[in-house]
Ligand binder design. Structure first.
Ligand SMILES: *[C@@H]1O[C@H](CO)[C@@H](O)[C@H](O)[C@H]1NC(C)=O
Ligand SMILES: *[C@@H]1O[C@H](CO)[C@@H](O)[C@H](O)[C@H]1NC(C)=O
Ligand SMILES: *[C@@H]1O[C@H](CO)[C@@H](O)[C@H](O)[C@H]1NC(C)=O
Ligand SMILES: *[C@@H]1O[C@H](CO)[C@@H](O)[C@H](O)[C@H]1NC(C)=O
Ligand SMILES: *[C@@H]1O[C@H](CO)[C@@H](O)[C@H](O)[C@H]1NC(C)=O
Length: 950
């Protein structure tokens, strides 16, 4: 075949590749590597076909990413904007997501909902956000964004929700002028949540227009000045207006009374003057707070008495004086009345209005001189008159002369069922189903009480939330709100748990929707609750999956038949017992050491005996890392993040020194990600029997106090990727590179050919090749390794794993894993050594690029642009052609056309020999040792591969 045809075919096949998987595939792979704690089922090549948790697609393009509360750690990568079909992006409640919102977000032209509530974002909101024409919901609340509101947000003509609540934003609220845009242009908007920032200046008159359909205007707890604009009275659709906690002055405009749909009006903690406003027009008003203003001293305005829907009236320190009008107690719905620090006088006479629903009357520090409490009244609710003349006489021992102490309500709702004792971290829901609840903190203004019996704050809140979730058709079984405690800004704080109904855990989409319902602060179905907001905790998504990986459970019957049902059951049982102990220990924090798993390792016949690796106590490890100090934290990369075969956990890596002076690298599973013992043990069992000069050595492990820790020898010179990119400061000349290649090849050949059962590394890449103090290569992180049986092939029933740019195309198509997949990865590493480039960069694969260059011109030295200038290009590096030849053979499309790792070792030895360097001829026999274990020593969980083939 002539070269031209070949090139054409190659280009065509690259195009087909790109069309099949789209760029989205690569972007998602990059994100997967870039973020920590991505969902555990993010494996395989295709995020769409593979049903990755939280990812929805249309025609192989990613259109939605819902990852609320996953516990993601990282930043918003500059790669996200390549997902050009994305419509929904919800990364809320991932407090580990930090950094800024990249201006390139503007490339997500189809984005309709951007939700980043409750993360750790900082920096300004990019001006470019105003170009996302289709945006309907912009939720950036509960972050630490700084700077001003970009006026361009006014261009988002479809925007319904603008949530910037609780950030560090400053400056004035932008409105349009001749040349610039502003928030007044958002005629579709229903929610302006701008509370709790540092906005200053006046609330512009132009902000409100009669053609707006706003229902929430929340500007509370800022530094706004000036008066309340009368234009607010034009927005007839308003339901909640909150301006509290600013420095607003002047009178309340009288036309607010035109806002007939308002249910919540809070103007407290300002410097408002003039008369207490006449609000008779607000027929649905149920929550009114006018406290701490400088209104004209006056009697309680009679206009209030007409408010039929009013349940909560708060007018603390509002200049009220005169007698308490009995009509106040005729407000039919009133439940909470707080009139502290005024000058109200005379008699408090509630008895005459027997129909009153009042539960709380707090009139501390007034001038009330008489109150006669009837037993009937006492049963109905609390009256507090501390600081009034009526409590000043010597024998003032009445209930109403003390401030009652809040204590947790003893009368919970009657139990509907017998609570279950659940395993692992599951919790028995109020309906007595074991499941994983979505939890977080619910902040709310003191709500009002309904006239229902034996219900208290939290139960009302629960009912209201349930109604909301039902209305949105969310699969919620039940809700638990804890007894509230006092929080900041006059909020109460309760812990909220939302339990799933149809399964024992929520999926990411539902968490996203629950989060949205809670951030909207609109409980359509409720007429009793005060303002609320919510901050979610990470959700234990992966906990909901079975303890044993899918594959194992699917092949369970086979294993049962071959290995004997009993041992499989034993494994499950041990996993269960372990999980149960874990839970017990968390419940009882009295740090009892758990030698349970350790003992299993040593004594139980069901586990292999370990050779080489020692068991460390947690204290020993804490000591040699200086208590896991920040200074010893060497990151998550390198040996870092990869998931182990059966046992996987996102890990942090620390450096430490043993009392013997040996440097070690400590890979510690993140808290909360620790898994069942059998997988961990199986992993140690394999690792501890692998000994080769070019393979990173497992020094030990620790498995106690709920920790899972692996301890490796420390490679002082970091990894090959970092030295090629100049990050580690280690410079490799051409000869060094050949030696590194030889070392890594020997390590892999050992794993393939000498270890029994043989090991396929599965994630060969430059980042997994470490360099010790003598620049010896050490293959590390058998993150994805699987032991092999003696046959040539392994049918990988799991999905394709690996790192973009290194994945064997044959394996990707056939899902058949062979050693040749490692050979492919190694070929790419060789190309990195030659070019210094990354295997996948700016949408281009290194292997394909070198191949097409080579097809055009055989002599690689003529492709100067491809070669790494750091290897010195004055003269042709010795053996360059042969190395590139070898690399090209390794990255052949068909595995059968590639050499074996043993063949690769021989070829590199030859090349080094020809280049005049005598490769150290240390024979495998002396440099390598493998502690053979009989097949019986291998736990069933590791034998499944061959079993499923048989
Ligand atoms: C609010 O604004 C005033 C006047 O501009 C300023 O003195 C004060 O420091 C500001 N307060 C905050 C919390 O920013
Ligand atoms: C007031 O609320 C009612 C009921 O929700 C609604 O039908 C009506 O359109 C609202 N009024 C305005 C002016 O939006
Ligand atoms: C709104 O209120 C103002 C003053 O209170 C009044 O003059 C005006 O007629 C009202 N507008 C409507 C549309 O009801
Ligand atoms: C309050 O306003 C209503 C109409 O908006 C009016 O009828 C009533 O007289 C006013 N009440 C007082 C006390 O000003
Ligand atoms: C409490 O309320 C329920 C309905 O809300 C009612 O059936 C029950 O009789 C009430 N109990 C008492 C003691 O008032």
């Amino acid at each position: 075949m002539c070269p031209k045809v070949l090139t054409f075919l190659l280009v065509a096949s690259i195009q087909i590749y790109t069309e099949t998987y789209g760029d989205d595939f690569t972007v998602m792979s990059i994100l997967k590597d870039y973020w920590e704690n991505t969902p555990r089922n993010w494996v395989g090549a295709d995020p769409c076909g593979g049903k990755w948790e939280g990812i929805s697609c249309n025609n192989s393009r990613v259109i939605s990413m819902a990852l609320a509360g996953v516990g993601l750690i990282g930043q918003l990568s500059g790669d996200i904007p390549s997902l050009s079909e994305l419509e929904d992006l919800d990364l809320s409640y991932n407090t580990g997501l930090k950094g800024s919102l990249p201006p390139s977000i503007v490339n997500l032209k189809k984005l309709r909902r951007l939700k980043l509530v409750g993360c750790g974002f900082t920096g300004p909101i990019p001006e470019s956000i105003g170009s996302l024409e289709l945006l309907e919901s912009l939720d950036l609340g509960l972050n630490r964004f700084t700077g001003k509101i970009p006026p361009s947000i006014g261009n988002l003509s479809k925007l319904v929700v603008l949530d910037l609540f609780n950030n560090l934003l400053e400056g004035s609220i932008p409105v349009s002028s001749g040349t610039t845009s502003g928030l007044d242009m958002l005629v579709k908007a229903q929610h302006f949540h701008l509370g709790r920032n540092r906005f200053s200046g006046t609330i512009p008159n132009e902000l409100f227009r009669s053609d707006m359909i706003l229902i929430h205007v929340l500007l509370h707890d800022n530094n706004l000045t000036g008066s309340i604009p009368s234009t607010l009275g034009l927005v007839k659709s308003l339901e909640a207006v909150r301006f509290e906690g600013n420095s607003l002055t002047g009178p309340v405009p009288s036309n607010l009374n035109n806002l007939t749909n308002v249910t919540t009006l809070i103007l407290s903690n300002n410097k408002l003057t003039g008369p207490v406003p006449n609000l008779t027009g607000m027929a649905y008003l149920n929550y009114l707070d006018l406290s701490n203003n400088s209104f004209d001293a006056s009697e309680l305005p009679s206009s209030l008495f007409n408010l039929q829907a009013l349940t909560t009236l708060v007018m603390e320190n509002t200049g009220l004086e005169g007698l308490i009008p009995p009509a106040l107690f005729d407000i039919p719905s009133l439940q909470t009345l707080i009139l502290r620090n005024n000058k109200l006088s005379g008699e408090l006479d509630i008895a005459s209005s027997s129909s009153s629903k009042l539960k709380v009357i707090d009139m501390q520090n007034n001038s009330i001189s008489f109150y006669s409490e009837t037993p009937e009244r006492r049963n109905k609710g609390i009256v507090i008159l501390v600081g009034n003349p009526v409590c000043e006489h010597a024998k003032a021992t009445e209930n109403y002369c003390t401030v009652p102490q809040a204590n947790s309500s003893d009368t919970g709702p009657p139990e509907k069922c017998v609570p279950l004792h659940c395993i692992s971290d599951q919790i028995s829901s109020p309906n007595c189903k074991c499941s994983y609840p979505f939890r977080g903190v619910l902040f709310f203004k003191p709500p009002c009480l309904e006239s229902r019996n034996s219900t208290s704050y939290e139960h009302l809140e629960e009912e209201s939330l349930m109604r909301s979730f039902k209305l949105h058709e969310l699969p919620v079984d039940s809700v638990v709100v804890s007894f509230p405690k006092e929080g900041l800004f006059g909020y109460l704080e309760s812990n909220l748990s939302v339990f799933p109904s149809d399964r024992n855990h929520f999926n990411t989409i539902t968490i996203s929707e629950i989060g949205f319902v809670l951030t909207l602060q609109t409980y359509e179905s409720s007429d009793t609750l005060g303002p609320t907001y919510f901050k979610g905790d990470p959700y234990p998504y992966s906990a909901g999956e079975p303890t044993v990986p899918d594959k194992l459970s699917r092949t369970g019957s086979l294993i049962g038949a071959v290995a004997g049902g009993a041992s499989f059951l034993l494994l499950l049982l041990l996993a269960g017992v372990y999980a149960y102990r874990q839970k017990k220990r968390r419940e009882r924090p009295s740090e009892q050491e758990n030698h349970f798993a350790y003992l299993d390792l040593k004594n139980s016949d069901s586990f292999p005996r370990l050779k080489g690796a020692s068991c460390f106590s947690f204290d020993e490890i804490a000591k040699c890392t200086n208590n896991f100090s920040e200074a010893n934290h060497i990151g998550t990369g390198g040996y870092g993040m990869a998931s182990l075969s059966l046992f996987s956990c996102p890990a942090l890596v620390y450096r430490g020194m043993l009392p013997t002076g040996q440097l070690i690298a400590i890979k510690r599973c993140r808290q909360g990600s620790v898994q069942g013992g059998p997988e961990f043990n199986a992993e140690i069992e394999v690792l501890s029997r692998v000994h080769h000069k070019n393979v990173v050595n497992l020094v030990g492990f620790c498995f106690e106090r709920g920790e899972q820790i692996l301890i490796y020898e420390f490679a002082r010179n970091g990894n090959l990727r970092d030295s090629l990119s100049g990050l580690s400061g280690v410079w490799l000349d051409w000869m060094r590179r050949l030696e590194v290649a030889l070392g890594a090849a020997r390590g892999l050949a050992y794993l393939h050919e000498l270890v029994k059962p043989r090991i396929i590394h599965r994630d060969v890449k430059s980042a997994n090749i470490l360099l010790d103090e003598c620049l010896n290569a050490k293959v590390a992180d058998f993150g994805l390794s699987r032991p092999m049986d003696n046959s040539e092939l392994i049918l990988a029933t799991t999905q394709v794993k690996g790192t973009a740019g290194y994945i064997d195309p044959e394996y990707q198509k056939s899902l058949i894993l062979t050693e040749k997949s490692d050979v492919y990865g190694f070929g790419v590493v060789l190309l990195e050594l030659v070019t210094g480039r990354k295997p996948f960069e700016r949408g281009r694969f290194l292997a394909a690029e070198v191949r097409s260059s080579m097809d055009r011109e055989k002599d690689v030295f003529n492709h100067h642009e491809l070669l790494d200038p750091n290897i010195g290009l004055d003269t042709k590096p010795k053996g360059l052609d042969k190395i590139v030849d070898l690399a090209m053979k390794c990255v052949q499309e068909n595995g059968s056309d590639r050499p074996t790792m043993g063949g690769v070792v021989k070829e590199i030895e030859n090349i080094l020999h020809l280049a005049g360097l005598n490769p150290d001829a240390e024979s495998e026999a002396t440099s390598a040792r493998f502690d053979e274990a009989s097949q019986d020593d291998i736990p069933p969980s590791l034998r499944e591969e061959e079993i499923s083939l048989s």
